[in-house]
Structure formats: structure tokens, C-alpha cells
Design a protein around this ligand. Sequence first.
Ligand SMILES: Cc1ncc(COP(=O)(O)O)c(C=O)c1O
Length: 390
Amino acid sequence: MGFLIDLVCTKSGKTYSKDELWNLSEEGAPLFARYDLEQVTQALKKEDLATRMPTMWRYVEVLPVEDPKFQVSLGEGFTPLLQAATLGKKLGIPRLFVKDEGGNPTGSFKARGMSVAISKAMELGAKAIAIPSAGNAGGAAAAYAARAGLPAYVFMPKDVPRANYVECQVLGAHVELVDGLISDCGRVVAERKEAEGWFDISTLKEPYRVEGKKTMGYELAEQFDWSLPEVVIYPTGGGTGLIGMWKAFDEMEQMGWIGSERPRMVSVQAEGCAPIVRAFEAGEESATPWEGAQTVAAGLRVPAAVGDFLMLRAIRESKGCAIAVSDEELMACTSELGSAVGIFAAPEGAATLAGLKRLVEQGWVSETDRVVLFNTGTGLKYIDLFSERE
Ligand SMILES: Cc1ncc(COP(=O)(O)O)c(C=O)c1O
């Protein structure tokens, strides 16, 4: 038994039963899981967490899986929060940290969302899952589906990093390469899912991937001893990580685990695909799809996001901002992060350092701020992007 009450439409507030498999609400908006947080507060004190296992399932009371036998885990989450003192001092931000998601199963933060989504799909009786993916989500879906014994159908753009494609195959998924972007892959899933009997686990089009990703917010609070940092810099495609952390902060405040202070949330995108940055700058509440999306950071090549309005809302409410960086800048930052911190970051993760540099130039961050860069995945999956040096 868990503490999940129901699902709530993020546009209309209408509620949906927790006992059925859902995709979007009638309004076409993401559904959010709602918990009985008062009961959670009775059942769990934050101090009790210290003795729990070092995975994201330490927060099981605020996760939606009701019967533990359906938990599908490969040991995801509770990733290191590394101080980057030397790099920080160089940038004038001595309290700089990197949350390194590269050590997750399948090498990215996508493991968190997939662990919960596949667990819940099993609990609610899904027979097969399908997913459009820019790369890492497909690999994670294939791994967790394999662990659960659930057939997985993965659709990726044909120029996806080779590691992601090979990984899906080795993990036993049915993989198809699509001539187009992730949005075209999403269309293929939407067209075929009914006839094929697939449950669509596109990000934010089912309610539980965001629940897995929100654990990054719980971890930040716990690792900073229940005081959130002043700035979080996050590479956003679909934006589920940022949206999930924002939800986590709200839940923790309701439980009295943290106060009302929030980090300024920064969305970093690539100049060749920056719909959220454009919408943020124009003061829009949602984003127009980006034409001709192009960037080496495959996870940021998301021309349209179903959770755009949630991302923009969180950025604004937090007094954060959205910023675009070039492929040259973010690739150069992989080496800088690598040599200064000891992390081989994914280009998406390195983009956060490129974003921070811009913000330092603009005087947007101050030397007293605790700033967290999210390295969302390992650079090893993108090895083809790197040229060898003598
Ligand atoms: C390494 C990496 N970082 C960031 C992202 C963007 O994540 P989200 O779609 O949750 O914004 C992705 C998505 O594919 C990714 O693979």
C-alpha cells in the first residue's frame, strides 16, 4: 500500500483514477500524481532516510508504486553531488557543485523515470510499451522493460548516437530508426499504438516518468542537508527533470521538510533548438515548435515539448531564466568539466557549464550562490562526437 491518491490534470485540475493506465488528460495536458502528504509525514521522518538504501527508492512513500513486488530497479538514483571547487573558484563561484547522473544504470538520469514508469505500467497491467526517444530514454526504457520482462518498442531518429541504438538492441528491444526528429518518432508511436496494444510512455504523456525524475529534487535537498541551493542549471529537452524537481520542492514544503525558499531554475538549451528560451524571452506561456532543430546534444533536440507551459511556469516562479548556448561552447565545456572535475559529461550536461559561464558574464549569479550543474548523462555514449588527440 502506498500514499498515492489520484492523478490531477495540470491544466484543468480534474482528477483521474490511480487504478487505470492514462496518457494525457482530456485537455491534452500532463497528469500529475497526488499523494496524501499528511499521511506520509506521519509515516516517514526525513531523519529516517539516512539509513535507507542509496537508490531513489529511499523515497518510496512519495513514489506511486503500491505493491513493492512491482518495483523494477537496477539501482538508480542517489547519485553523487560533487563539489567543483577549483572550477568554481576560476569562475568566481566558489560554491559550485555538479550532480552527476552519469553513473545511473544505462548512463543517464533517464533511468529514474523509466524505473518508475515501467514499474507502474507492470502494476497496472500493460502488455508492451512504446517510446519515441532522442537516445538515452530509449536505452533506459529497453533496460527496465528487459528487467520487467515487458516487450519494448523504441523509435529513434536515424542519426541517434550509435551507442543508444546498439544498447537498445542488446537489451532486447524492438528498435526502429525514423527519418526525422523525436517529434516524428512520437507520431509513429501515436499512429500505431492502438492497433499494436502498446502503452505509450513518451515523456509527460504518461504520469510516472516525472515521478522518478522528481527524486533528483529530493536528493538535492537531502544532500544539502535540507537547504536547497540558490541556483540549479539544467539542460532541458522535454523538461521533465526540471518539472519533476519543481514538483518535489512543493511536496517537501507541504511535508515541512524544507521551507518556501526555492532555487532559481535555469533551463539551458542549444542555439539550434531553443523553443523554451525563445518563449521565455518573449514572455509566452507556451512555446512554438522550433523549425529545423539541430544540435550535437541529441537530448536537447526536442522541437516541441508537451510540458512547455509547466517548464516556463517553474522557471518564472523561481525567478530563474532560460539560456541558449552554441554546440561549440558546449563541446568545449566537456573538456573543461572533464579535466577540472573528473567527469566525462554528456554534451547536454556540459551545456550547463556553458550556460553558467554566460550567467557569470551577465552578473546573474553571485559568488555567494550555491550553484548546481546537472550532468544528466555520461559522455561515453557520445564517443563519436569526440576527435582523438595526439
Ligand atoms: C543526457 C540528456 N540530458 C538531457 C536530456 C533532456 O531531458 P528532458 O527531456 O527531461 O528535458 C536528455 C533527453 O534525452 C538527455 O538524454
